[in-house]
Design a binder for this molecule. Structure first.
Ligand SMILES: CC(=O)SCCNC(=O)CCNC(=O)[C@H](O)C(C)(C)COP(=O)(O)OP(=O)(O)OC[C@H]1O[C@@H](n2cnc3c(N)ncnc32)[C@H](O)[C@@H]1OP(=O)(O)O
Length: 417
């Protein structure tokens, strides 16, 4: 067991003060290997840090632990936008690891998130093994692929030929691109409504991310004179024995309709002098998979993306809708946030839901982690039951809940934070 560092002499956990930020951020950067960021990056992260929602652990005046919480709203099944703390910037000094510093920050942070009335906490994990103990589970998955565009053909939906593409400097079209993103947010569970400033993260384009590829390039797609989508990408040229074998690395793609999306994918598949298109962090049901001539040559695979924790089980389950009627009593186990533990009756359908404490007998028993995994509709309760993570007490309750919790659109978190 990690020991409780905070009981030691000179140790203190407190909310960040504005003039703590540099020392606090240096501790974070060191925990992630110590590579300095450019002034532009550092200034942006400084501007985005919500100091009064950030925690530091200090020992004799030196910062040894960092954790922050962005203010986000997360789209849930049914389209509601639910307040969610975006847990971020977590780091512990290497000299102080495995002594309970992270545990003390997670304890304080989840108490704070509850007191702020935010029913959800979300994060992207540097290592999946870290956050399960605090009640988080992977709820969205990102699709990756390395597409052999010299062999794989793409067929696009009708209307793609009416889409006009043009290059633009990414900064010049930032506002219209952000508008496209914002219009998409309600359409997919897992998408984040962001505060102003976040759009600039997409343009940071640090040299360390390029691996020899070009700076960020941007193509915008217009239909009827309106911007309806965009792609941001890098190109890395290579020349082998048999000629060119360059790579396109997609960074970001968003489109308001299938024809526009098809036109953008067709462009990316066809860039001259390239034979590979690399995509990462795309929705699990991304359109191009169903339009290619050879999915095997796309090397498609999934990776865990957004980790989600229900901070307030009742409010969270009530905030989403259910694609088929559900009326079940959950027996919830939650050691780290005991206010969630016990029985909850959830009644809901595609129009809305209610969830409240009950003394009725349980239908399904599970921990808060399984609820978090299934919450956005990306992980099936039935599969979790088969894995021994959910126990069906009343026959039939599992199928009912598993169908109800599903989502017709794969949940997706479009960017890290
Ligand atoms: C949302 C984000 O920002 S994700 C980024 C997380 N940060 C990083 O990866 C930066 C590098 N790593 C670190 O800074 C630290 O090692 C941290 C933050 C991951 C862990 O901090 P610590 O203070 O060492 O954790 P703490 O001592 O509270 O450990 C709590 C428990 O988690 C376990 N644990 C902690 N880190 C890990 C890990 N990386 N892998 C597996 N188990 C872990 C500990 O063994 C301990 O288990 P125990 O209670 O059974 O003994």
């Amino acid at each position: 067991m990690a020991t409780d560092f905070l009981t030691g002499p000179g140790a203190e956990l407190r909310v960040l003060r504005p003039d703590d930020w540099d020392a606090w951020y240096d501790t974070l950067i060191r925990a992630f290997g110590g590579l300095p960021e450019s002034t532009k990056e550092r200034e942006l992260w400084n501007a985005l840090t919500e100091v009064d929602r950030s925690l530091g652990v200090w020992e004799d005046g030196a910062c040894v632990g960092t954790a922050g919480a962005f203010t986000f709203r997360l789209t849930v099944p049914g389209g509601a936008s639910v307040p969610a703390a975006g847990v971020t910037m977590v780091g512990v000094a290497g000299t102080h690891r495995r002594r309970g510093v992270l545990t003390s920050m997670m304890r304080r942070q989840l108490d704070d998130v509850r007191s702020w009335g935010e029913p959800l906490a979300v994060l992207t994990a540097s290592e999946p093994a870290i956050y399960g103990r605090f009640g988080y589970a992977a709820a969205t998955f990102g699709l990756r692929g390395e597409i052999d565009t010299s062999r794989v053909r793409l067929s696009v939906p009708a209307g793609a030929d009416d889409v006009r593409l043009r290059y633009a400097a990414p900064a010049d079209v930032l506002d219209v691109c952000e508008d496209v993103y914002a219009r998409l947010v309600p359409s997919r569970p897992g998408m984040l409504a962001r505060r102003p400033g976040w759009e600039r993260v997409g343009l940071l384009d640090p040299e360390s991310d390029r691996d020899g590829a070009s700076p960020l390039q941007c193509v915008v797609a217009e239909r009827d004179g309106e911007v309806a989508g965009y792609a941001r990408f890098r190109v890395k040229l290579g020349w082998g024995e048999t000629g060119h074998d360059g790579t396109v690395v997609l960074v970001d793609l968003a489109a308001l309709d299938p024809a526009t999306e098809g036109a953008l994918w067709r462009f990316l598949f066809g860039i001259d002098l390239t034979t590979t298109l690399i995509v990462r962090g795309r929705p699990a049901d991304d359109m191009w998979q169903y339009q290619v001539s050879d999915i095997r040559r796309c090397r498609a695979r999934l990776r865990d993306a957004l980790y989600l924790r229900l901070v307030d089980v009742g409010a969270a389950l009530q905030a989403r809708t259910y694609q088929a009627p559900v009326d079940v009593v959950f027996e919830v186990e939650d050691d780290f946030c005991p206010w969630n533990a016990g029985r909850w009756r959830l009644s809901g359908d595609a129009k809305g839901a209610s969830c409240s404490r009950t003394s009725d007998a349980a239908d399904l028993a599970l921990s808060v982690r399984e609820l978090g995994a299934a919450y956005l509709g990306g992980v099936s309760l039935k599969a979790l039951a088969a894995a021994g993570r959910v126990r069906e007490v009343r026959a039939g309750a599992l199928a009912e809940a598993a169908v109800g919790f599903g989502s017709a659109v794969a949940p997706w978190m479009p960017h890290g934070f």
